[in-house]
Design a protein around this ligand. Structure first.
Ligand SMILES: Cc1cc2nc3c(=O)[nH]c(=O)nc-3n(C[C@H](O)[C@H](O)[C@H](O)COP(=O)(O)OP(=O)(O)OC[C@H]3O[C@@H](n4cnc5c(N)ncnc54)[C@H](O)[C@@H]3O)c2cc1C
Length: 508
């Protein structure tokens, strides 16, 4: 399968570096019996769990791999532990991979476990499959369980249920404190804790405003379920998490009005129409990526914007969808990001990120249909504006908003407010004990833009001293600043398969 896809790539792109994919697939099927010792993986979302699975294929019988994760099940993490049947993957099943040389593996599992039959709505009108996010989490969990029961290297693979509260290095060994439990010692440690949701800040209201008609955590399904069906609901944010919150409300029979607000009022765009061409995994292997071949590296955020706009316009003029212009940026995001000066990265985050995000992270058709129906019956309203004040009142929360382009403010009382404002942008301000212990103990330092930990090309955590640590790695969403495109599962997979050979080559 892999070879035939690769052949078709040469027709599309001038220069294809096949070695990257060969290396990555080799790292999946690579030489067994390489000693990895005791490995602790902190965080059992997609990143930590998939890494554990791949590592267990290359370890040796005496090796001990433990994933520390507070949830009952590993594999789901924040995104893929969703229990709401309307919370779907934001791209088809074939790009949600665990094994890069088998993009049908997840679908076969869905079929075998009858989940496909139980979810006919997963198919869109074009015959593409958008499974439930919870099903993807269950699939990753099942693969973990299968490897824990028996893996090619016969190493020990286990889930330690708990929260890592602190980490310290004692000589060559890491000691990881588990909240309320026995500590763990490990020769190597991988941090895969994801991103922290942004704390809710409402002007005029104390930080402890949550709890009274205010739902700070949009993933708290019980809190959402408790919202009165006729309540007037305000959702802060208009992106994919906000769309999920609307879908959850509609799904539970909400009758009251729902307003979503963000500064620009941008909503996620629709998926691209189906197109022939190489699979995403193979596109990601093209070196240099198509964007760099055509435009070179960008020196500024403005240059990037101009290129993408021009490219999108040209595509539309040729009768093609605009999506290809953004897809090329996505595929080259790591290279583009690393080449931008820090000041330009900041400019991108301040001015372009909201626009990039809605074009890059597209809405599943099923969710789009739910939102469109709610808009048609005038239940859902999207607003561009800024919350300028909030206060608790007897029957909910009174919120003042200044709409974009207007001077006057409007005040309205809502029965519930849901925070879907995204992720924390400053790890330095985190109060999470584990993150604090990494930073305060000097094992890690914030990345240049402060959204996660600093790491080198191999994913090794850079200590406060500036030195990359040979036995401490970081993976997944926490490395956003270093690698540019780490939030999506397929990019996390590429990142971990690049790290794996180096990881197993460094004998403890
Ligand atoms: C709402 C939403 C929808 C998304 N949809 C998609 C999608 O459709 N497709 C896609 O490819 N990507 C999607 N993503 C991106 C998604 O985040 C990535 O795909 C990927 O799951 C990130 O995995 P992760 O392991 O880095 O982080 P997470 O999934 O956040 O996992 C981190 C884990 O670490 C654990 N943890 C944190 N701190 C500690 C600690 N101190 N001790 C122990 N454990 C700890 C947490 O409990 C959590 O389970 C979505 C993201 C969100 C937020």
């Amino acid at each position: 399968m892999f070879l035939s896809v690769r052949k078709s790539l040469t027709l599309t792109y001038v220069d294809v570096d096949v070695s990257l994919n060969v290396d990555l697939v080799d790292s999946v099927h690579g030489a067994h019996n390489v000693p990895v010792g005791r490995v602790a993986i902190i965080g059992g979302g997609y990143a930590g769990t998939a890494f554990a699975v791949h590592l267990s294929r290359q370890a040796k019988p005496s090796d001990d791999i433990v994933v520390v994760e507070p949830r009952e099940r590993v594999g789901g993490g924040l995104a893929h532990s969703a229990v709401d049947p309307d919370h779907r993957l934001n791209a088809p099943d074939t790009i949600h991979l665990l094994y890069p040389d088998d993009d049908q593996h997840f679908r076969r599992w869905l079929d075998r476990t009858q989940r496909l039959a139980a979810d006919p709505q997963a198919w869109d009108a074009d015959g593409r499959l958008y499974p439930r996010r919870g099903d993807f989490g269950a699939y990753v969990a099942a693969e973990f369980a299968a490897h824990a029961a028996e893996n090619p290297s016969r190493s020990t693979l286990s889930h330690r249920r708990g929260v890592a509260g602190a980490i310290e290095r004692r000589g060559d060994v890491f000691r990881i404190e588990i909240v309320g439990g026995e500590p763990i010692e490990a020769d190597r440690c991988v941090i895969a804790i994801g991103q922290e949701p942004a704390p809710l800040r409402l002007p005029g209201m104390a930080a402890d405003g949550a709890g009274h008609a205010v739902i700070e955590d949009p993933f708290a399904s019980r809190a959402l379920a408790a919202i009165e069906r006729d309540a007037d609901v305000l959702i802060l944010g208009t992106g994919l998490t906000s769309a999920d919150a609307v879908a959850a409300l509609v799904g539970q029979g909400h009758r009251g009005p729902i307003s979503c607000i963000s500064r620009r009022g941008l909503r996620p765009k629709d998926q691209a129409p189906p197109a022939e061409g190489p699979a995403l995994w193979d596109r990601m292997a093209v070196q240099p990526p198509a964007f760099l071949q055509r435009h070179g590296v960008c020196q500024s955020a403005l240059e990037l914007l101009r290129i993408v706009r021009r490219d999108a316009r040209e595509r539309i003029a040729r009768g093609e969808p605009w999506h290809g212009a953004i897809d090329e940026v996505r595929d080259a995001a790591g290279e583009i990001w690393r080449a931008l000066p820090v000041a330009e990265k900041r400019r991108f985050l301040r001015h372009l990120k909201p626009c990039y995000d809605v074009h890059r992270f597209r809405i599943p058709p099923q969710t789009r249909n739910i939102l469109a129906a709610a808009e048609r019956r005038a239940q859902l309203r999207l607003q561009a504006g800024r919350v300028t004040g909030a206060r608790r009142v007897a029957d909910g929360i009174e919120v003042t908003v200044r709409h974009r382009g207007e001077r006057a403010e409007q005040t309205r009382t809502y029965g519930a407010l849901i925070n879907c404002a995204g992720f924390s942008s400053c790890i330095e301000r985190s109060r999470d004990p584990f993150i604090r212990s990494c930073l305060d103990g000097g094992l890690a330092r914030p990345s240049d833009l402060g959204r996660g930990f600093d790491a080198d090309e191999q994913g090794r955590v850079i200590a406060a001293s500036g030195v990359a640590q040979p036995a401490l790695y970081v993976l997944g969403a926490t490395t956003l600043d270093c690698f540019g495109e780490t939030p999506a599962a397929i990019f996390v997979l590429r990142q971990m398969l690049r790290i794996l050979p180096q990881f197993i080559a460094t004998t403890p």
